[in-house]
Design a protein around this ligand. Structure first.
Ligand SMILES: Cc1cc2nc3c(=O)[nH]c(=O)nc-3n(C[C@H](O)[C@H](O)[C@H](O)COP(=O)(O)OP(=O)(O)OC[C@H]3O[C@@H](n4cnc5c(N)ncnc54)[C@H](O)[C@@H]3O)c2cc1C
Ligand SMILES: NC(=O)c1ccc[n+]([C@@H]2O[C@H](COP(=O)([O-])OP(=O)(O)OC[C@H]3O[C@@H](n4cnc5c(N)ncnc54)[C@H](O)[C@@H]3O)[C@@H](O)[C@H]2O)c1
Length: 462
């Protein structure tokens, strides 16, 4: 028995799903938006926004503490953890309520509450037993933290990002597992707010960096400030009263025991697709259970099913959730007319200090031949020195045969802004020569781009 029928069903009211709903609704008014959890999106409630709020407080503390080197003394900087967390939650709640009220502007009869799973390629069953027959379906179910089996037994001492933002005060100590994007952003922020932090990684990975030279520079810089081991040997994890006991080997190979109030699991995220019943759809699933899809149409195989945002596990960041939601919604709305949509060049920004920015082709994506690498270290960059932020390395990739600028990995001050300029250049298909021909003021951080481009141009000529 079918309880509801619709042209398009969008599963998930996150950033990708909301965008998909609006795009689909431009083509047909028979669109349903299905959400199993609370409205508000991951980005606003437990992702982008609360993490940046924690970082804003941490940056203020750090700037004040370090100002002595510039002859400015902010004596006895005091951090009120309760106030930091109160501001975080107040502003976070404001961002969330903005999203919720926008979501609730969608007519109530088009908003369905419940967790959906496929019964076949065009039928969804909700957890309350209702069935929805949909001509086309957009999967926009997001992702969740990947909490590893090794953390079992630590009970409520293991936290993920969602839990951390609910703290009413800052703890004394946190062991961060995973020096990826979340671990580095939150780990450094907590450290700068006076929390004792140690970051444990595996395999030498650091943030999203793939260029060995940039990674080496990053490791050196972050390890000066933080207790960080990107290839830690952890011997055991156990719970001792209200603490987590970590037994590990330090970088000299000596056995160490350290106790922490919490362990932050930041060991990656996994797409919410495992409980969707995708095996009933006839779609081809990859080894992670994600259906094969076309990244320009977001269509899965040749079925009337589309997938957008973190759910497809391709590049789980907001700008991609947005673009993919738009493309998936448009194609689901006007199906069977499926058209390729506009994809922007890949961009990742990590809000540590120094910041990291990866734009366009990463080092790991470079072809075997016909590429050159130019670089520039911020150590002697005049404006960065003025700002006391002259740490970091940028590496640019170009194609000698036609002079194209391919991409970059940047570690340095204000890399969020430098990264945007580079992304806009990649998006416009600019050559290294054209980028060098652009205006540069003095003294600004943007001249670092000219320095790295000049080096790249020389390397390309050789
Ligand atoms: C700590 C953290 C910091 C981040 N910082 C940044 C940043 O600074 N910049 C950036 O670009 N990105 C950042 N991201 C990534 C960004 O938040 C995500 O890429 C983005 O929010 C994904 O949007 P989405 O729509 O795919 O998923 P979501 O917003 O998670 O939406 C998915 C929705 O689907 C619902 N759902 C799941 N399964 C079902 C089902 N079966 N039935 C019905 N509903 C279902 C969920 O309840 C959820 O509401 C961060 C992420 C984290 C965790
Ligand atoms: N600024 C941003 O745009 C931003 C911020 C936060 C999160 N995000 C998104 O969320 C995604 C998930 O973030 P994440 O940091 O959880 O994942 P991640 O993939 O960036 O990092 C996971 C880290 O955990 C490490 N790891 C795995 N197993 C481990 C173990 N047993 N012990 C110690 N370390 C281990 C990995 O080597 C890796 O360094 C990111 O890929 C990104 O797309 C984006």
């Amino acid at each position: 028995m079918t309880d509801l029928e619709t042209d398009v069903a969008v599963i998930g009211a996150g950033s990708a799903g909301l965008r998909a709903y609006r795009a689909a609704a431009a083509h047909t008014n028979r669109v349903l938006l299905i959400e199993g959890g609370r409205y508000g999106t991951t980005c606003a409630s437990v992702g982008c926004m609360p993490s940046k709020l924690l970082i804003a407080a941490a940056d203020s503390a750090h700037t004040a503490q370090e100002a002595g080197d510039l002859g400015v003394y902010a004596d006895s900087v005091k951090i009120n953890g309760a106030k930091v967390m109160e501001r975080l939650r107040t502003l976070r709640d404001r961002f969330v309520s903005g999203v919720v009220s926008n979501t609730e502007k969608i007519p109530a009869e088009r908003r369905i509450h419940g967790y959906a799973r496929f019964e076949d390629a065009q039928t969804l069953k909700l957890d309350d037993g209702r069935r929805i027959r949909a001509e086309r379906i957009v999967i926009a179910t997001g992702s969740r933290p990947n909490v590893l089996p090794m953390f079992e037994g630590l009970g409520d001492r293991v936290v993920v990002n969602d839990d951390l933002f609910e703290w009413s005060d800052l703890p004394e100590s946190v062991a961060v597992f995973g020096p990826g994007v979340i671990g580095m952003e939150l780990g450094q922020a907590l450290h700068r707010l006076g929390v004792r932090v140690r970051i444990f990684g595996v395999g030498g990975f650091l943030g999203p960096l793939t260029d060995p030279s940039v990674k080496e520079a990053a490791e050196g810089i972050f390890a000066e400030e933080l207790d960080l081991d990107t290839d830690a040997q952890v011997d055991s994890l156990s719970r001792e009263g209200d603490q987590v006991l970590v037994r590990f080997k330090d970088k000299n190979g000596d056995s160490v025991e350290e106790r922490f109030e919490y362990l932050l699991a930041a060991t990656g995220r996994r797409p919410n697709i495992d409980k969707l019943g995708l095996e009933t759809t006839g779609l081809n699933l990859n080894k992670d259970g994600v259906p094969d899809f076309d990244r320009y149409t977001m269509q899965c195989g040749d079925k009337p099913i589309f997938i957008a945002g973190d759910a497809n596990n391709e590049h789980p960041v907001m700008p991609d959730a947005f673009d993919e939601g738009e493309i998936a919604g448009n194609n689901a709305g006007r199906y069977p007319k499926v058209e390729p949509g506009r994809r922007h060049p890949p961009m990742s920004i990590v809000f540590t200090e120094p910041q990291m920015a990866l734009v366009g082709m990463r080092y790991a994506d470079l072809p075997d031949t016909d590429y050159a690498v130019g670089e520039f270290s911020f150590s002697a960059h005049p404006r960065a020195m003025v700002m006391r932020a002259n740490r970091g390395l940028m590496r640019f990739y170009g194609r000698p045969s036609d002079g194209a600028f391919l991409g970059a990995e940047v570690l340095g001050p204000r890399a969020e802004h430098l990264g945007h300029l580079l992304a806009w250049a990649v998006d416009s298909g600019m050559s290294v020569g054209q980028m060098l021909d652009l205006p540069y003021y003095h003294p600004v951080l943007e001249t670092s781009i000219r320095n790295a481009l000049s080096d790249l141009q020389q390397k390309m000529q050789h």
